[in-house]
Design a protein around this ligand. Structure first.
Ligand code: F6P
Length: 325
């Protein structure tokens, strides 16, 4: 029987399970045995796999996390382990390995492709930082989670007239911060794509306070500031109460949104169709709501899919200097 392999890799993302279920069901429909490796590339290196059946995935569609575990595999940076993985895949006679993951997982896939393995990559990361697509599985769910939490935080901050500094995930990208800041009507957003120093943040807060907003909401993407220290400094310098909140893993868990479920199905179907048609070494993505493919070598080199236009719109909308009192 023809065989296809699958892994879920990197930070998990809501919708990974939905995509896995689709891949398993489509493999079966096309007459392939589907081999699932546990813990991403680690399972490929150690030959930790099983034949995954429709029964196995029956009830996972709307559940976050990953049935077959997701992992970041440091060993995979070493050539020796890449070769072990490629040999294991070839020994199993897999027609392709489907990699459901983010940009780090794509780089791993590219190195397998160089060793003769056919890889088909599906973007799944809450960070939406796979640049060969406008949308990754999990991003919409994370943005919805973050937006709900910021909505709640804003209410209590408003009642107590406090400034809030709310940190979102995103690794080195500001997409979760930007979208959730827009959707929750936060006042200020700080993203790594346009680094803001403390003076900038202070100026924005001062503008908000002067405008009569006694509870400015500042949403920041992670890895830029120590938000607890910043909050203390703001409280002291503005003589105005301030609280810091790190949203953390609450963004990454939970049920996938309808948008992510639809994306998971569309990408999963496309992956099996492409493999069956003999296509090789592709990254699947979305552009203008159409499925697109990009050679994996090109996909890993693409620079950004950050929505600069939305960022500019946010700044325009939220600058009190543009508003008439
Ligand atoms: O890539 C997804 C993500 O949640 C990032 O937003 C975050 O920086 C990172 O993973 C955290 O990774 P870990 O759970 O491995 O610490």
């Amino acid at each position: 029987m023809k065989k296809i392999g699958v892994i879920t890799s990197g930070g998990d993302a809501p919708g990974m399970n939905a995509c896995l279920k689709t891949v398993v069901e489509m493999s079966h429909n096309y007459g392939y045995e589907c081999i699932a490796f546990r813990r991403a590339y680690r399972g490929v290196i150690t030959n930790d796999y099983f034949t995954i059946t429709k029964a196995d995935v029956n009830s996972i569609f709307n559940i976050g996390g990953s049935l077959i575990y997701s992992a970041r595999c440091k060993e995979f940076l070493e050539q020796k382990y890449k070769e072990i993985a490629a040999n294991n895949i070839n020994a199993l006679g897999l027609k392709a390995l489907i990699v459901i993951g983010g940009n780090g997982s794509y780089i791993g896939a590219q190195s397998l492709a160089k060793l003769g393995v056919n890889v088909i990559c599906i973007p799944a990361t809450i960070d939406n930082d796979v640049h060969s697509t406008t949308e990754s599985i999990g991003f919409d769910s994370a943005v919805n989670n973050a937006t709900d939490m910021i909505d709640n935080i804003k209410q209590t901050m408003q009642a107590n007239e406090r400034i809030s500094i709310i940190e979102c995930m995103g690794r080195h990208g500001g997409s979760i911060a930007l979208y959730s800041a827009m959707a929750s009507q936060a006042d200020i957003v700080a993203v790594p794509e346009d680094p803001l120093d403390k003076e900038h943040i202070y100026r924005f807060i001062r503008d908000q306070l002067n405008y009569g907003n006694s509870s400015p909401t500042v949403v920041v993407a992670e890895k830029q500031y120590d938000v607890y220290a910043l909050s203390k400094e703001i409280e002291r310098d503005f003589n105005h109460e301030c609280r810091a909140v790190i949203l953390g893993y609450m963004q990454r868990g939970g049920r996938p949104t309808v948008k992510d479920r639809m994306l998971a199905i569309r990408y999963g179907v496309a992956a099996i169709e492409l493999i069956d048609a003999g296509e090789k070494n592709l990254a699947i993505g979305l552009d203008n709501d159409r499925i697109i493919t990009t050679p994996i070598d090109k996909a890993v080199q693409m620079q950004t899919n950050f929505r600069q236009d939305l960022y500019e719109a946010f700044k325009l909308l939220n600058n009190p200097r543009n508003k008439v009192k």
